[in-house]
Ligand binder design. Sequence first.
Ligand code: ZN
Length: 258
Amino acid sequence: MTCDGIVVGRRDIGENSCFIDILTDELGVVEATAHGASKINSSLLSSAALFSYSTFCLNKNKLRYTINSAKPRFSFHEIGADIEKLALASYFAQAVKFCTPSEQEQIGEGRDSLVRFFAIALYETLHAGETRSLEAVKAAFELRYSVILGFAPNLVACHNCGHYECGRGMYFLTRKSKLVCADCLNPEFEGERVLLLPETLFAMRSVVFSPLERCFKFSVSANAEKQLAEIAEDCFLYRTERSFTALKYYKDLTKGEI
Ligand SMILES: [Zn+2]
C-alpha cells in the first residue's frame, strides 16, 4: 500500500538496515523495515531519516511491513542542527508514538489529519525564533494535539452563564478543562484554577478553534506565553497520564541544566 507519513522513530539493525516508525493517517504508527537504508547509495537513505516526510510504498509480509520504495516530500533534517529544536521535536515524536494506536486508521469525518498536523508542528519548530518562540510552538502542539486526541478544553464561554468574556476576568479550571467567569466562580471552589490573562485566552482559543494551518500562528507577550505554556503542558500531561523522557530532556536543556 502507498501512504504519506513522517518518520517518528528509527532503530538500526545490522550494518545497513533499520526499523522505522512511520506516522500515517491510514495506519496510525506503523513499524517497517528499511533494508539497506543506511548505505550511502540507497534510494531510502533520506526517506528513512528521522522526521523525513515521504510517500511510502509498503509491502506487508505475514505481520511485518517492509518499505518497497519511498519518495521524499519534505525533509526536516535541519532541525538536527539546533539541539533545543531537536529535543522538542523528539518530544513531539514520543508523544505521537505513545498516543497513536498502531495499524488503526486515524482519519475520519471532521477530523484533522495527524500527518499534516505533525508536519506543521515540525515546520514551526524548524522556524521557531523567527516570529514565535519554541515555547509557544510547544504550547500550541500540546493544546491542539489534546483536541485531536479528543480532550478539547471547553473554551467557548463561561461554563455557568455562557458569557464569552467577563470584565473581572475568566478562570480556567485546569482539571475540568473548562472556563468559569469571575462572576460565577464559587468563592468556596478549591480546585485548581488560573485567572487567565486576556491574551492567554485569546491565544488558547486561536490554537483550539483555528483551521490546522493557522493553529500555531498567534503571538503573545512574554507573560501570557509563560501562562499559556504552563496550562498547555499541565493539561496535556494530565490527560495522557504519563511523563515523557524527551520532555524532561528538553526542559533540562532549556533551563541550562545540561
Ligand atoms: Zn459566568
